[in-house]
Design a protein around this ligand. Sequence first.
Ligand code: CP
Length: 365
Amino acid sequence: MVSRTRPLKTRRAPHLTNSIGKRLDPRELLSSGDKQIDFDRLMTLAGRDVVSARDFDRETIIELCKFAALLELTEIASHHLLDGKLVITAFFEASTRTRLSFESAVQRLDGRIVSVPDGKTTGVAKGESLRDIGEMFNTYGDLVVMRHPETESLDQIRQHLLLPIINAGNGSGEHPTQAMIDIYTLLKWRPDLALDDCPADSAVHLAIIGTPGNMRAVKSFAMLALLFPTAFKRITVVSEMADPFGVELAAAIEASSVPVDVTNDVTDVLRDVDVIYINSIALLGDSYKQLDSRFKLDADRPLKDGAVILHPLARRDELDRSLDETEHNLYFAQAASAVFLRQALLITVLDRLHTLPPGVPYLAS
Ligand code: CP
């Protein structure tokens, strides 16, 4: 498939991309466990839609993360891997990170973009259906990345769409690529969490603050975390709601051996957890609900030494800026991981793995 004839250049310094907070070195993920990337496994994603975290298994997520680490660490991006590919980014709902990091990922690999940064500039403003827009997209590009405020939007556009589509957030549904970025960030932080035989005393206690059933990024992240029973010894959901899970996540919890419990006492949990995942708002029908003020995090909270905080951002006042300069801040490293994970996914779904340059390290021989 790919020969190992000449070494690929590695970036001179570890590619530490965020300016404050914890900074992560991707080399540690690549040098731990099975050092070869299973590109044959990744190739099974070629041409596939990326709709839900449920569509992925643990091994595929790990290989995607290792490939992202390789992209972050080396200069593969300069080898024009998406040359000739045209990606449609169709955003019918506001975004900073997702649209711009997808577009940066494509452009840095020499692909091209057709962008809808605001759905109101399309025929939607005149009542056009997503079903018809899907039909149009078939001749406009090679892959669609779509965000939409309605959960049903993916089913609608897929009725006539022949191109692969990546779900960039559908209402209160899911945000699977954000969840992959979150796992990638955690595996860079603690590469041993990717090991099949992660020792029990290395497993982490994860707290999720919010209502995953109504928070798409959190829901997708929880679904992926549940695939790692040796890495997560417990997941505690801190929520004021009686049922914070919803049907799909409840089914994923049922299928996983990771113990999950619910509490509304955030202070008690913070003393024990190693990883805290917090989000800002939940979608409840047509409206947004902000996180309860009791659950806000700041530098005065009794966080365990070494504990890290993830937040998909954008934040409001639930995550105080006093945490930004601390070692608990993994959320800026999380945001900085987005381009590389999305590059790995785009190269894979667009079936361009065979164009990797010779000399790529960590390839199965
Ligand atoms: N994390 C995330 O989805 O951010 P944006 O809403 O800015 O895309």
